[in-house]
Design a protein around this ligand. Structure first.
Ligand code: URP
Ligand code: ZN
Ligand code: ZN
Length: 473
């Protein structure tokens, strides 16, 4: 007989409403939301005094991503487990484009993700374009991949020339796909990096000095202009600077089909962190900026200019020569120490997939920057809509997957590595006191996190075949 669960007397938080109701789950789906539901045969979960939310969706993570001479230290099991503990039940990561073709590249990533513990989708990194690739792009939609990420930086590695981005966006538009843009100026970065190294500047702060904010602003606007020239939608990833918010606002006001995502690190930290003795912990690309940028990003989130809160979770050990114990095993993966003598060799990226919802609840909702409903919109419903998963995901509605978080708004935690399941040796929010934390997390009706206990398993996460033609929020 199909399992029935009744989540009773919780306060439901959706992207648009807050209300008291019960939720009935049958098997993997929500079957009813309301009062006086038929509880016969159901396990009753008392959620009185608790908040009940759709599972979080983090559309920007990098799991087991090879970088420089190492690999991001969470794989498709540990990263998923960490996500779940933070209230996230769906993640999307980026397939590396291999020379053997897009199908081959996706197959490799599907293989890596066999150990998935939550549901997941993929974006395709488009880092090389020729006629063969152009012909192959539409086949991604049949594979359930409706998004291409392009780069205006990382010259000689990931960058596409503007003309190729233009061509890719035209193809994407024709097939109902969405282009995602990493916006920095790769040419300027190359000049500044060369000059910095010649001058003997090797410390982490030079990572920020060599990747100027104006490059991000200009490249973002270049992307929006390409959206204007092609009519194709564009989603700006990891927004990090005030001028990007201004440009996004400008472009949206003029009716361009453009949207944006920021990440917690760009709201809380500045390039000053790079000057610390452990500054390498904060190396990511684009880099951290200034307090003015933090403030403008908060404003953009609050006024709806920015639609999504991702993480760009791409963790590395701070000191990958010293093992940590993870799931009872000693583990050490080369990390930031690779660039101890040269900032250009420090792997770029930060942990954050577990931190995202608890930190933003305390700092965003708790401090009144955003409402609980805005929180839900940027954490779950908007990414579900933008990335072709709504209303299967991102909603508490009959027919939606029963991806549900019961959130204890009163739980106070001393946050940091001791609570984190992210497989790395540090946490950006070490010592922060957070109020509000997930208590129970359900993935398609299965309880996978119960308090501090892990009930999930490798292989239980499902690949999400996403829908094209999602429109612009
Ligand atoms: O530093 C970062 N963000 N690493 C991941 C790659 C990217 O560009 O998102
Ligand atoms: Zn990027
Ligand atoms: Zn990224």
């Amino acid at each position: 007989m199909t399992k029935k669960i009744l989540i009773k007397s919780g306060t439901l938080i959706t992207a648009s409403e807050t209300f008291l109701a019960d939720i009935l789950i049958q098997g993997e789906k929500i079957v009813a939301v309301g009062d006086d539901l038929d509880t016969q045969g159901a396990e009753i979960i008392d959620a009185a005094g608790k908040l009940v939310m759709p599972g979080g969706i983090d559309p920007h993570v990098h799991l087991a991503l090879p970088m420089f001479d190492t690999i991001s230290s969470d794989d498709h099991y540990t990263g998923h487990k960490a996500a779940a503990f933070g209230g996230t039940t769906t993640v999307m990561d980026f397939v590396v484009q291999e020379p053997q073709g897009l199908q081959y590249s996706v197959d490799l990533w599907r293989e890596k993700a066999q150990i998935a513990a939550i549901d997941y989708g993929f974006h395709m990194n488009l880092t090389h374009l020729d006629e063969q690739v152009e012909r192959e792009i539409p086949s991604l939609v049949e594979m359930g991949i409706t998004t291409l990420k392009v780069f205006t930086a990382y010259n000689g590695r990931l960058r596409l020339p503007d003309g190729d981005i233009f061509k890719a966006m035209r193809i994407a538009k024709e097939h109902g796909m969405l282009t995602m843009l990493h916006a920095e100026n790769g040419d300027v970065i190359d000049v500044l990096v060369e000059e910095a190294l010649i001058a003997g500047h090797t410390t982490p702060e030079w990572h920020a000095h060599t990747r100027p904010a104006w490059g991000a602003v200009e490249a973002a606007m270049r992307g929006f202009a390409l959206a204007g020239e092609t009519g194709a939608p564009l989603y700006l990833v990891h927004m990090n600077v005030a001028g990007e918010v201004d440009m996004l606002h400008y472009a949206r006001q003029r009716g361009l089909p453009v949207m944006g995502e920021t990440c917690p690190q760009y709201l809380f930290f500045t390039e000053d962190y790079l000057r610390r003795a452990d500054g390498a912990k904060w190396i990511c690309s684009p880099p951290l900026r200034t307090e003015e940028d933090n403030t403008r990003l908060w404003e953009g989130l609050a006024d709806g200019t920015i639609q999504v809160m991702g993480t760009d979770h791409c963790p590395f050990f701070f000191d990958g020569t010293v093992p940590i114990v993870y799931d009872g095993e000693q583990i050490a993966i080369p990390g930031k120490e690779l660039g101890f003598h040269d900032f250009t060799k420090i792997p770029n990226g930060l942990p954050g997939v577990q931190d995202r919802m608890p930190v933003l609840w305390t700092e965003g909702v708790g401090k009144g920057y955003i409402s609980p409903n805005q929180f839900m919109a940027v954490m779950s419903t908007n990414p579900a809509k933008i990335f072709g998963l709504y209303p299967r995901k991102g909603a508490l509605q009959p027919g939606s997957d029963a991806d549900i978080v019961i959130w204890d708004p009163e739980r106070v935690v001393d946050y940091g590595v001791s609570m984190s399941h992210q497989r790395t040796d540090y946490n950006l929010y070490e010592g922060w006191k957070l109020t509000g934390y997930p208590e129970k997390v359900y993935l398609r009706g299965d309880l996978i996190v119960d308090g501090d206990e892990w009930l999930g398993a490798a292989g239980k996460g499902q690949y999400l075949h996403r829908e094209p033609n999602t429109g612009v929020l």
